[in-house]
Design a binder for this molecule. Structure first.
Ligand SMILES: [Fe+2]
Length: 429
């Protein structure tokens, strides 16, 4: 049984949000009254240290039918195709690889694959046990999660749907994430995933580090890029289900499971700052050059953290005069994983397709392919709207070590280097 309020969301990244599915369920004036309203249990969920400075402190108070503490022991279950940092240190694991790599979309999974079973790790860096670094995952699913719920103790999950909507039923209420949006599930928040379209595919950045935040704006001013108010939180809704539900806990890289005798999505009211968000990527206020040169792609940063930036290449106008307008050739200390949500990307003529991805590791040389270079070098420079695609990037300060399954995947495109072949010298000899 599901009850609860309307599905309207309130917005505001980093705000103190609140919700109650039943009027009067949320205590006023205190967090932990001697008896919480309606016979509910009060529980604090902390995403940062208690003593974290106020501006970056993240915690929420949950008022639930049963306390999360009432459960039997967790036991190890198979990790499937999920991997965790540290990468590249186990026997037989590939060493960090400087080569440029590109993948086609993941193949169809077996029938009955839900979101958790469909998580497939491409690679990452840092160490989940030290809360540093990040991992890049892809997912594909064709079955809803019904009797199981997932929570990631290792980090927050930035989910980028590419095909098929996700209905994320979280402890805080439901969020519907369509392709073209992103959802953020904070560390430890439990949720299950339903598939309104039957199947779903997309990308996940798992951030082991301190939570994502909006970037500072500096000379841009008080507005621009992603607006805080466009990050929507769910309205409280709860499940009052007395049936066995398996809770999957990702802990230090491994999956553990315990069967609760009820749905743990039983939060009737909540308030706080450690909350899930939904953001429509098309609301991103794209800023760029109105004179010349392509700005560094950091201008497209939606969210940032020490371990990763999330960057979106949203529809925009190009007007630069005497300018090579696509992204320039570069070598970068940062490592870049790029994915495509729809359409095409203006630096690659072909081979980079929705659901696929590319990895340009630390200091790997990359940029426009030959075809794009030739076209853009000759293009007539009238104002041009780039609105035929939606690409994104997970950019991280540390090299991304790919997993064995990613390095040796059938769907990895061998010969990716060839896109830069034929860039012959034009300097006179
Ligand atoms: Fe790049």
């Amino acid at each position: 049984m599901e009850t609860g309020g309307p599905t309207l969301h309130s917005g505001g990244f980093g705000n103190e949000h609140s919700g109650e599915a039943i009027p009067g369920a949320l205590p006023l004036g205190r967090n932990s009254p001697q008896r919480a309203p309606l016979g509910l249990y009060a529980e604090q969920l902390s995403g940062t240290a208690f003593t974290e400075p106020r501006a970056t402190n993240r915690r929420s108070w949950l008022y639930r039918i049963r306390p999360s503490a009432a459960h039997p022991p967790f036991t190890r279950v198979a990790n499937g195709t999920l991997r965790a940092a540290p990468f590249g240190q186990g026997p037989g694991e590939p060493a960090p690889d400087p080569n440029r790599m590109r993948w086609s979309p993941l193949p169809e999974p077996p029938r009955g694959t839900d979101f958790v079973a469909g998580l497939w790790t491409l690679g990452g860096n840092g160490d989940a046990r030290r809360r540093t670094g990040m991992a890049v995952h892809l997912y594909r699913a064709n079955s809803p999660m019904t009797d199981r719920v997932f929570g990631d103790a290792d980090g927050e999950l930035l989910i980028v749907p590419e095909s098929g909507a996700l209905l994320l039923r979280t402890e805080f209420g439901p969020l519907r994430a369509e392709p073209g949006s992103m959802a953020l599930i904070p560390r430890g928040v439990r949720f299950r995933v339903e598939l309104p379209d039957g199947t779903a595919r997309g990308y996940v950045c798992e951030n082991y580090d301190v939570p994502f935040a909006l970037p500072e704006l500096g000379p841009i001013g008080a507005n621009g890029l992603a607006a805080a108010r466009d990050f929507m939180v769910p309205s409280a809704a709860y499940e009052d289900d007395e049936r066995p539900v398996e809770v999957i806990n990702k802990f230090c890289g491994n999956l553990w499971a315990a069967t609760y005798d009820h749905s743990p999505l039983d939060v009737v009211a909540w308030h706080g700052t450690h909350v899930p968000y939904l953001y429509d990527l098309r609301r991103f206020n794209v800023l760029g050059s109105i004179s010349f040169d392509h700005p560094d792609p950091s201008i497209f940063t939606v969210l940032t953290s020490p371990a990763a930036d999330f960057v979106v290449f949203a529809p925009r106008w190009l007007v630069g005069e005497d300018t090579f307008r696509p992204p320039y050739f570069h070598r970068n200390v940062m490592s870049e994983y790029m994915g495509l949500i729809e359409g095409a990307y203006d630096a690659k003529a072909e081979g980079f397709v929705p659901g696929g991805g590319s990895l340009h590791n630390m200091m790997s040389a990359h940029g426009p392919d030959r075809e794009t270079f030739e076209r853009a070098s000759e293009a007539e420079l009238r104002p041009q709207k780039v609105d035929d695609g939606l690409a994104f990037m997970f950019e991280t300060p540390w090299p991304v070590t790919v997993t064995d399954q990613a390095l040796n995947a059938e769907h990895r495109q061998r010969g990716y280097d060839e896109v830069w072949e034929g860039l012959d010298r034009t300097f006179p000899s």
